[in-house]
Design a protein around this ligand. Sequence first.
Ligand SMILES: [Zn+2]
Length: 464
Amino acid sequence: MLKLTNTLTGAAEPFKPADGVTVRMYACGPTVYDYSHIGNFRTFVFVDILRRHLKSKWNLVHVMNITDIDDKIIRNATEKGIDIRDYTAPYTAAFFEDSARLRIETPDVITAATDYIPEMIQVVERLLANGHAYREGNSIYYRIASFPSYGRLSHLDRRELKVGARIDADEYEKEQPNDFVLWKGPKDDTEKRWDTPFGAGRPGWHLECSAMAMKHLGETLDIHCGAVDLIFPHHENEIAQSEGVTSKPFARVWLHGEHLLVENEKMSKSKGNFYTLRDLLEKGHSAHALRYLLLSVQYRKQLNFTLAGLEQAQRSLDRIKEFLFRLRNATLDAGAVPEISDAVAKARSQFEAGLDDDLNTAQALASVFDLIRACNTALDKEQLRQEDRTAILDWFSEVDRRLAIVPPEDGLSAGDDEIEALIAKRNEARRSRDFAAADQIRKELLDRGILIEDTREGTKWRRR
Ligand SMILES: [Zn+2]
């Protein structure tokens, strides 16, 4: 039975979808004003593990938004004198490129805020009509005093509520419950705006998730998830908006992924400990090693990222790769050995029990390495048979479906996303006229059995 820790109650609760068949899940997506960093990707890897585990039990509809309207995006686009969509498009593309390299599955529905303005307008109109929202100047605010359970998710003390104090920013300081902006009137003539019955302007950040989640998943979701820093104010405000409209619980279960630290410190550009996936690839690390590292610690525990830890993750992946290579190529007798059948059964049940226990990925991984150890010993003693090999390889396919950490079958050949990443790197080198680097990458690909050809439609590749 799957247990998940619900932020609403603080308890690990048994989970199943409300209708017993399909999990309706909403996950907050990236704000596309820059490249996503590895802390962001820790959350997306957590959601990916959750997604894969839920799919092993039920149907799933997983919706993720792309925040392409926000203070920073509007400011940066205005400064560049371009439309916000032109400003965000390359960052949105980069997000999906990085996600693919990290083997993060694409959500079933992806919603960009700019495509859901009519739905957001509807939510504001309903909140204005039922007294949860009010106008001040040319903006519309949510009156938190009108929503008695405000603060329930983040466990804020109701006495701290500052009645009538207002905040315009999309993000604001913790523990500062103010009336928040639903719809912002434009600050000047140049700012991007949409016309509405209650005046021109643009939506506040929190509004988009309420409108898009309810549009695709109904009034009560099974699961709403995101990073821990979204609990307040973002998710608190989503609840106030959605429940203000429907008077029904917005989400049954709220799940939050913990922070990632770098060398025990908060990641920041000024400290020089800020990494994107691209930074790590440039240093010669692999996306798969980063995925492994990000999922090696259970999502509710803080993860301390170090480059040494990333190298350790790479060695763990190499151990899996070497084991599978050895197993596939060993000359084995027909039949099966009871001890190995037992070891595989035990690994399977430990793996499932680990993931069922609030996605304890550390326990799931331990079951993989316990089995590798037992099988290596059996191979040394020639006590492993052909049917054992089939059972072990079957289980590793399952491990890969669930965690996406098993290196590709051919020990020498690279996975598609790894090849694409190398080709992208080579094209960058050619663009900056670093032909030596470009040639080096071509040679590396050739060594791995990959032929490339530069055509007018871009670089094509095939396996030799
Ligand atoms: Zn959100």
